[in-house]
Design a protein around this ligand. Structure first.
Ligand code: ZN
Length: 243
């Protein structure tokens, strides 16, 4: 069984972009961990504390076993030496086989910054001469580099390298998104009427997510799918792996 680490800028990013894929991986027995680089303190609705609580609930729905928050500055995430070093510490602590990271080009600058941070950290984490200590125990760490690294899709489209069938976990994905009740439109919540409306708090947003998953699924004969792009070229030992 493999260990998958998803790195994202804000709590709710992973639910929106690859929640169906993560729920499927955890149901197959793989270990799924998440690193949220901020606690989303800049969100127009709710508070950082509420979002962390919501993230905990969403994690339970998707079967995420470990989730860490890094407290980088929301809205101003930068690929600084210090931030990259912190992510290296977490990579060496979590020791994932596979990394899922934000795409290179995104509407939100924090997403692009986390793409850069994750890529640099993934490389440096495997360099023996880079010295780090465990973020909690302070013990000296050994190098580690994940074998594979893929980008999930956020707001902007890219040309995917493959699509994951999430038909069986689409309901879990939706439930994990709705766990962020302060952020999304909820017809049963009075709060949805009184708080500031944002791009994602409109009722149309949930329809958009479903339509998009259907659009990607239809291309491959699935009801719903999530698209991914490989950072490195994908090599297979035989074409039979794709039969
Ligand atoms: Zn985000």
């Amino acid at each position: 069984m493999a260990k998958i680490l998803t790195i994202a800028a804000h709590p709710d990013d992973i639910e929106l972009s690859c929640g169906g894929t993560l729920a499927k991986l955890s149901s197959e027995g793989h270990t799924v961990a998440v690193l949220d680089c901020t606690v989303g303190e800049l969100g127009s609705r709710g508070s950082a504390e509420l979002r962390m609580k919501e993230a905990e609930n969403a994690s339970k729905i998707l079967g995420i076993s470990e989730r860490y928050f890094l407290n980088f500055e929301d809205g101003n995430v930068q690929p600084t030496k210090e931030n990259i070093h912190t992510v290296v510490q977490y990579l060496r602590m979590i020791r994932p086989d596979v990394l899922l990271i934000p795409p290179k080009f995104e509407r939100h600058p924090d997403h692009e910054a986390v793409h850069l941070i994750a890529r640099k950290a993934q490389f440096l984490s495997g360099v023996a001469k880079i010295e780090t200590v465990h973020p909690f125990s302070g013990e000296v760490q050994t190098p580690h580099r994940a074998k594979k690294m893929y980008s999930f899709m956020q707001m902007y489209d890219f040309q995917p390298d493959f699509y994951v069938d999430i038909t069986s976990t689409f309901d879990k994905k939706t439930a994990s998104i709705l766990a962020y009740s302060s952020q999304f439109y909820n017809p049963k919540s009075a709060q949805s009427e009184t708080e500031a409306e944002t791009v994602i708090s409109k009722p149309e947003f949930l329809h958009f997510l479903e339509d998009r998953a259907k659009y990607f699924g239809y291309k491959c004969g699935f009801k719903y799918a999530e698209p991914f792009q490989s950072i490195e070229p994908i090599g297979i030992s035989s074409l039979s792996q794709l039969f």
